[in-house]
Design a protein around this ligand. Sequence first.
Ligand code: DAH
Length: 340
Amino acid sequence: MHNFQQIQQQAREEAQGLSDVKALGAYRLKYLGKKGIVAEIFASLSAAVPQDKAAIGKAANDLRALVTQWIEEKSKGLAPAGSPLAGQDAGIDPSLPGTAAVLGRPHLLTQTIDEIIDVFEKLGFASIETPEIETEFHNFTGLNIALDHPSRDAFDTFYLDQDDPGAKGRRLLLRSHTSPGQIRIMKEHKPPLAVIVPGRVYRPDAVDASHSLMFHQVEGFLVDRKVQFSDLKGLLMEFCKRFFGSSLKMRFRPHFFPFTEPSAEVDISAETLGIGKKKWLEILGCGMINPKVFEAVGYPSGKYTGFAFGLGVERMAMLKYGINDIRLFYQNDVRFLRQF
Ligand code: DAH
């Protein structure tokens, strides 16, 4: 039978003498490894006489427990071999590289919204958020979108189960654009007004590379006396150049929106954006606010004129940064996000 006391004594002395991580590894292997001393003692059980077996088993278990404990104690204070602190019982090794703190940053959509707000604030606009849960009045009726307008049926709008407490028989909904912000703000404030309304909008579209059932828009409007279409043009040209770069070419193309008259869509030139040739890319809708909207918010008839516009944030970011799939914004894959 082994002299267990002696083995234990030697293991203790060796543990005390361990001076670096490498030596600790060798020590662990010597005692606890597959062919180590503890395993060897267990292996000797089969050849031992029956009355010794219990003592041998206990000795092996005790040794394993002690060695494990000494290794744990030692490993807390050991420096790697070769380090200037090896051989000392150092709590820390200042020569080791540190653990870098991972710094986060705002999501690309947040950055883009902030950038858009920044440009408009410098041009004299105030930024105000309005609710995502809206009434039919704010989302449609006040904006001169008729009851039979196709975008009003359930297919294009998420309706809530909850009724609008202010309008009998009408339901609340998730706003399908930021234009209801115009109605809310005009109802509460008198002109002159120059406001942008950033936020989320919802549409029950099938999700693909260019559609999402939730996305972001920034609405903008300016109301005063004697506002002209040329004011709208000048403002949007200035905005687009500041956002995309001063060599950008853009055009205003006639369009229809119920809440503006006349209305236009703005396209920017792909070529001047540096992505492809001779193609016009639609980026926003705009126009002179329809007098019916002023009527809906209770402004005196004929007193004010104004313009409005609405742009899609994802679309702006995709064009500016060359992103080809809208879903990338929502997957929160840091390999994508940390590029911006
Ligand atoms: N609300 C429109 C949409 O979601 C965008 C829009 C177009 C807003 C023209 C406006 C505007 O203010 O004048 O498609």
